[in-house]
Ligand binder design. Sequence first.
Ligand SMILES: Cc1ncc(C[n+]2csc(CCOP(=O)(O)OP(=O)(O)O)c2C)c(N)n1
Ligand SMILES: [Mg+2]
Length: 370
Amino acid sequence: MSAKKTAQFDPQKTLESIENEFEMVQVLNEEGKIVNEEAMPKLSDEELQELMTRMVYTRVLDQRSISLNRQGRLGFYAPTAGQEASQIASHFALEKADWILPGYRDVPQIVWHGLPLYQAFLFSRGHFVGNQAPEGVNVLSPQIIIGAQYVQNAGVALGLKKRGKKAVAVTYTGDGGSSQGDFYEGINFAGAFNAPAIFIVQNNQFAISTPREKQTAAKTIAQKGIAAGIPSVLVDGMDPLAVYAVVKEARERALNGEGPTLIETLCYRYGPHTMAGDDPTRYRTSDLDTEWEKKDPLVRFRKYLEERGLWSEEKETEVIERAKEEIKDAIKKADETPKQKVTDLMANMYEEMPANLKEQYEIYTAKESK
Ligand SMILES: Cc1ncc(C[n+]2csc(CCOP(=O)(O)OP(=O)(O)O)c2C)c(N)n1
Ligand SMILES: [Mg+2]
């Protein structure tokens, strides 16, 4: 039996009208054709080539990181292939002064923001040097606690506003992350304080093995921003030009004092959740993989650039070879970094060491000097 509805009070209708407002923004379709001229971002030929270069480089970095992990030369690693438009094109819309608060899968963005690659490898190994971004590289360490970076992002953004900086704070989480309390607290706080923040949800369809449909009753994750009173966008996360355009606009709005934006990027991870041993064939069909591979961000962007005479096989090979060389050098540098001692871990934990830790510190200093 369904409840009687009146024209004056129909919450289901209100919900549907909000949900149906969220059309996916797309600029470049799967065939590499521009389908939305109006939304086409103003990027020079060189910038378009640089964006492609970074996406190709990042795919190589992912492949190499997976093999290094299998060889036992890396520790924690969450694969990124499939998410290049969502990650790299969103970052491409930022400036050096902006702050990035990444999740564990967002290592590429902080590397492109200036974290030396060997430090990203040390982060993977749990080495404290991996968490010490050089001065002027405005990134925090990748967050492992799902969603926690959303609250911090609201705070960092408010800090930037109070200090009168011309910069925004940008954070990333996943579809699963959008179910966490911290997600709602973060977007609500940023909305209430009109903070210059960008909140990105990379909806890669799964939270480990939990499909998006089981994550929430909401039709889109973007619509969750409505409750916080902040503008929200649903974007094709396999389309680098659309992702760039929406993040660029969100940044401009934030700098104009117009507050935060929530952006849902629809994307897919081709690999496993992490290299710790989950088997995606247990929770995904190969048909679904194939469906998403057809949307590949590199394939469609390559088609578009080749058509315009801005990309070639030679150019791509050059990028791949350079990436391989730089990755080899970076892993060598990570290997040459002195091994982490227990006292290093303690010394880097607190600004001022508590008394009980001081005691242990002395015990370990004595042990390590033997
Ligand atoms: C607070 C918290 N709960 C649970 C976990 C365990 N956990 C690690 S990753 C993950 C799934 C996250 O999925 P999603 O947010 O969609 O991000 P994705 O890994 O797909 O990028 C979970 C539940 C955690 N790290 N932190
Ligand atoms: Mg996910």
